[in-house]
Write a protein that binds this ligand. Sequence first.
Ligand SMILES: [Zn+2]
Length: 106
Amino acid sequence: MAKRVKGSKQRRGAFRAPQRMCIACRESDGKRDLIRLVRAADGVHLDESGKMSGRGAYVHPQVNCWEEALAGSLIQKALRTKISAENLTTLSASVSTLLQVTDESL
Ligand SMILES: [Zn+2]
């Protein structure tokens, strides 16, 4: 068993990516390790390129984070918009495809 040292140095050298907070678990992570959502004129979309303009929010590419984000009003709050049921369905489908999970688990 390895000893656990509190405050031990983590690999900080390679840590240059901008940090963003996941709206579900509220943990910060590198921008590239999170999925961006963007508010567009016609609704909320997944921004896979990370380059769409508009107000954005970030969620980890993890089912539990998405469950939380899609179930509550976290996305609406973060993006200061309302999401229609239809938009939410489309969004869930895109997320499922992206995470390669079945619809039932999301
Ligand atoms: Zn998260």
